[in-house]
Write a protein that binds this ligand. Sequence first.
Ligand code: FAD
Length: 392
Amino acid sequence: MSKSAIVIGAGIVGLATARALAIRGYKVTVLERTGKAVGASIKNFGMIWPIGQPAGEMYERALLSKRIWKEVCNQAGIWYEESGSLHAAYNDAEQQVLEEFYEASNEERPCYLLNKNETANKSEAIVQKALRSALYCEDEMIVDPREAIAKLPAYLAEKYGVKFIWSSGVTKVFYPTVWCGEKLYEADQVFVCNGADFETLFPGQFAALPLTKCKLQMMRTEAQPGNWRIGPAICGGLSLIHYKSFAAAPSLNILKEKFENERSDYLNWGIHVMVSQNRIGELTIGDSHEYGQTFEPFDRAFINEMILTYLASFASFKTEKIIETWNGIYAKLRNTGTVVNHKRPHRVYKVVQGDRKKTLKLIKQYPTTFCRVFCLASIPNWLMIPSSFFTD
Ligand SMILES: Cc1cc2nc3c(=O)[nH]c(=O)nc-3n(C[C@H](O)[C@H](O)[C@H](O)COP(=O)(O)OP(=O)(O)OC[C@H]3O[C@@H](n4cnc5c(N)ncnc54)[C@H](O)[C@@H]3O)c2cc1C
């Protein structure tokens, strides 16, 4: 008899979970609260970003995630660009970090140190004045999250028979029954992929977990004229202290100290600045990071101004007209990457994103709550969970 599963939430984690379950022979039903997914998964840069992951297991997972994204995009007719990434250096400290990262990583990653001219050839968007050098890496890939999240349900329905029930907020789970108001559903397994909603389902359990929420502010420009492309996704020096991967550079602390002295306001708001470009040429620009359980719902204009001021120090575009601003909130483990929370009676799972080693630590901390671990074969951000996730 075929096994059945209910997935709660149609963001990327729910979609990835549905795919992985379907590959393993489950009859999958996805219950989504809203008429279409409008959570964190459509509000991001669409950056599939191995360079943000430290060498070893996490980097390998990021590459696996990218491979799965490519496969799915090709099958589902979703646009993607293997743009690579460009980190530009404008002072000694940034240059030193890039050089050391390159030395530590170039055998594992397809990355290259570029001089000023080579950087200009790679991207016309990079500001040349005071530019020292840049690190180009081939790994990174861009999707348009709005397109991808909209198209994936139809793909999963057609290819794997996944059933989507929209506008169906789950109000209670008591295994094996799932309530959507008065409507009841049942399945052999239930996966809670509800993003940053810690309040509706299992609020007590969520409160006990080292989970927090992160609010990010973002902007989008109008399409660049004449099909002008920026080339790789681009970042300034602040990204070097944001991503754990750059800890491979021994001088990173010097750069951190420099930012603490010169741009403490940026660090206070968790700002680092990146740009990606979608198929039609619009630029997605961000971002800031505020952590907590409840946020002001409004965008702070000064944060957007800070982001744009810093952006102007390393990139310029044919048009910089902002057509949209928004903020997004996603679930994040405090100090760690992620977790899969397995709840009694062994068949209800909370899925966030993760780092297996850190999850194991959490299991030791919460032995009754985390009784089973899955390897989330992806980066602790955008992910497409492969079937190996469910092998235990
Ligand atoms: C602004 C921003 C930029 C980012 N940039 C990147 C990036 O470029 N690359 C990257 O890798 N990561 C990025 N991230 C992180 C990434 O977007 C998130 O980690 C990811 O989208 C989380 O997916 P999710 O499915 O858990 O959450 P969501 O996309 O929020 O989905 C959760 C879904 O569950 C539904 N739901 C909740 N409760 C219920 C319920 N009770 N019943 C039914 N349905 C329910 C919600 O309606 C929602 O559709 C970014 C995040 C933000 C906010």
